[in-house]
Design a protein around this ligand. Structure first.
Ligand SMILES: [Cu+2]
Length: 678
């Protein structure tokens, strides 16, 4: 059961919420004008975001000043904050107040046990035309939006509610301005690029599988923005998103008390950023000037391109570097005849194919900068090698099989993997085949070594089954990608004379490009998808078998959200999951991370070849992972929990073809797997 405070929070976000507000702040709900009539709001406009932060700060002050509850709970503080928000609705855009409440819930300590209600319960979509047989009593949601073009082949990916929620949460956790209660986090600018780069790498892998070319950057501001987007009546909170027709070009952006902002002004800022990237110097005339070095260069470039509080030219749109990233969202969001498009809102923007084109362009600037840097050399890598034959020391297990064998033999996943991969078998090929582990009650206990990951696009019940309020969550029928759970077993042989603490990093990359050229994609560093990273202790000169559940991945939102449609998955979910550490006290931060069900790309029905790369590094000061959130994308600590540049080693040009690097460096190992979809 949700707490009464959580219910109050939930009520705040329900579309048509006047009655709920009446209980929070009597008199205010009635006095508020119809929000639909008020001006639009977008966090990509700095003045708008600043107003939302100021309101969130006023909420925080009210919470800080509230008397402590007799029980010691936070309810009076949260109620005081919500009353401020409810009162602020008079004359304010609904989106602004919603955003302030989300910021407050994400960052204020009194809200650490509360969560923003999941996106599906905050949104409405057009009623489905689909056959709802067997799904009575559910809200049926079609894919929210359409483009009417080939881009619809990836509708399932762009419309995925948890992918959208990931993007929304990231922008809440990583606020680009300081408030009194919210601070810009270390390495924010670098992560702004890296998190979006990883979304793009995944998008391009899905495009390849769907037979679509890699996403084309939107870089010529005089050209039309391409395929239109109809959000299908999508409403989030009280914002209803408008449709954009195809083949429209940017128009001057009207502003309050200022001349319109023109596409030509935006092109000027693009050129200045590109100039900075290629000359490795960010410079404001008669102002500050910094040489760009290493990943710190990406950090300041990212701050400046995203136009946050640490932008070198300040965050004003008319300043030297202006608001390049944000206004790319806004200039397209306003191309709708009757309202504002999804590009205005991080909770919905990734639904629009244009989002990906814009972000590829934003990323071109960082990419151009990174291309100037020296490649990493791996001379300082830990002294290790990988065991194995064709499997290159990386074995793939189906968690369900591992679990069944574990129950039959009374053994842990570690013990089973050690038996399969360690000892005398250390050098044996574990790429495929079936091994007999023993016999129980006259029946053989076997385990398969996999070279294929299976995925499936399902239509069915997609319910966010959060422990706090399972009985109160709405249930939706929605198309979604699914895969069974897998475990990775990695064989490492230490060649060092003393014990070492190392990091194992796993990556995935399509093994061919759109022209079908085998292995050409492996040399494109932007196509590599981060799968996981974790620490391990290696004894001097010893062989070690590492075991890792994919539900522990540092890129995914954790704890992994179970979907009730898959009881097998729920059973497998926590089998042998290597969790340590304390849960982070902030529930909102737990909701940040890439959705587990999208961890692997969809692949193709005939099977799509991917390279699986393992890399061993050291001196990373990797944080211990708790139960919650995503360490790679939504670091909850003050310091980002990995000392390496984000995306390492793919944050710089590669020193040679990938195949050669793997052959030359024992700390790298690569095998090929297939991803096949039903
Ligand atoms: Cu974003």
């Amino acid at each position: 059961m949700a707490s009464s405070t959580q219910r109050l929070v939930n009520a705040f976000f329900v579309p048509g919420r006047s009655a709920a507000l009446e209980s929070i702040a009597p008199g205010e709900a009635e006095a508020a004008p119809a929000p639909a009539a008020s001006r639009p709001f977008s966090i990509f406009v700095n003045e708008d975001l600043s107003e939302a932060i100021a309101l969130a700060d006023r909420m925080a002050e009210a919470a800080n000043a509230a008397p402590a509850a007799e029980s010691g709970g936070d309810q009076p503080a949260v109620e005081a904050a919500l009353a401020v928000a409810a009162g602020a609705r008079r004359g304010q855009p609904a989106g602004l107040v919603d955003h302030a409440v989300k910021l407050f819930l994400t960052h204020h300590r009194s809200a650490r046990n509360l969560r923003i209600p999941n996106l599906m319960s905050r949104m409405r979509v057009a009623p489905s035309q689909a056959d709802g047989a067997g799904l009575e009593g559910l809200e049926l949601a079609e894919l929210g939006g359409t483009t009417g073009t080939d881009e619809d082949r990836l509708g399932w990916f762009r419309e995925d509610p948890l992918a959208n929620e990931h993007h929304e949460h990231w922008h809440l956790v990583y606020v680009r301005f300081d408030g009194d209660n919210f601070k810009v986090r270390p390495r924010h600018g670098e992560l702004f690029y890296y998190m979006h780069e990883q979304m793009l790498a995944r998008y391009d892998a899905e495009r390849l599988a769907a037979g679509l070319p890699p996403v084309a950057p939107f870089e010529d501001y005089d050209r039309d923005v391409g395929a239109g987007y109809d959000p299908g009546g999508l409403q989030i909170g009280e914002s209803v998103f408008a449709k954009r027709d195809s083949s429209l070009t940017w128009q001057p952006l009207p502003r309050r008390a200022r001349p319109p902002y023109t596409p030509a002004m935006h092109a000027q800022r693009r050129d200045r950023l590109l100039q900075a990237a290629t000359t490795r110097r960010l410079e404001v005339p008669n102002g500050p000037s910094v040489a760009l070095e290493g990943e710190k260069g990406s950090d300041i470039l990212g701050h400046t391109a995203e136009s946050g509080g640490k932008s070198l030219s300040g965050s004003d749109a008319d300043s030297h570097f202006g608001n390049h990233h944000g206004f790319g969202h806004v200039l397209t969001a306003i191309l709708s005849a009757d309202g504002v498009g999804v590009m205005a809102d991080p909770a919905a923007a990734i639904r629009d194919p244009y989002f990906w084109r814009w972000h590829r362009h934003v990323d071109e600037i960082n990419f151009a900068y990174q291309q100037q840097l020296e490649p990493h050399d791996f001379a300082a890598a830990p002294q290790v090698g990988f065991g194995g034959g064709e499997d290159a020391g990386i074995a793939l297990f189906a968690t369900g099989e591992l679990r069944a064998a574990g129950i039959a033999l009374g053994a842990s996943p570690e013990a089973i993997c050690e038996a399969v991969l360690g000892g005398d078998r250390f050098g044996e090929d574990a790429s495929r085949g079936t091994l007999r582990l023993g016999q129980v009650n006259g029946r053989p206990v076997e385990i398969s070594l996999h070279d294929t990951i299976d995925t499936e696009l399902r239509r069915g019940v997609f319910q966010l089954n959060t422990p706090a309020a399972a009985d109160e969550e709405p249930r939706f029928a929605y198309p979604y990608l699914w895969h069974p759970s897998y475990h990775f077993g990695v064989r490492l042989r230490s060649t060092a004379a003393s014990a070492q603490q190392v990091t194992l990093r796993l990556f995935l990359c399509p093994a061919f490009d759109i022209d079908g050229r085998a292995d050409a994609s492996l040399d494109d560093r932007r196509l590599w998808i981060e799968l996981d990273k974790f620490e391990a202790s290696l004894e001097a000169g010893a062989d070690t078998v590492l075991v890792r559940a994919d539900t522990s991945s540092t890129v995914v939102r954790r704890p992994v959200t179970p979907l009730i449609a898959d009881p097998q998955f729920v059973r497998d979910l926590h089998f042998g999951e290597a969790d340590q550490g304390e849960d982070h006290p902030n529930a909102a931060a737990c909701e940040c991370g890439w959705p587990y069900h999208l961890l692997y790309p969809r692949g193709t029905s005939e099977g799509m070849r991917f390279a699986l790369l393992a890399m061993v590094t050291k001196d990373d000061r990797l944080a211990r992972q708790g139960q919650c959130g995503s360490m790679s994308f939504c670091a909850v600590n003050e310091e980002y929990p990995d000392a390496k540049p984000m995306g390492y080693p793919f944050d710089r040009p590669l020193a040679g073809p990938m195949g050669q690097l793997v052959a030359d460096n024992p700390s790298l190992s690569m095998r090929f797997i297939t991803i096949r979809t039903r």
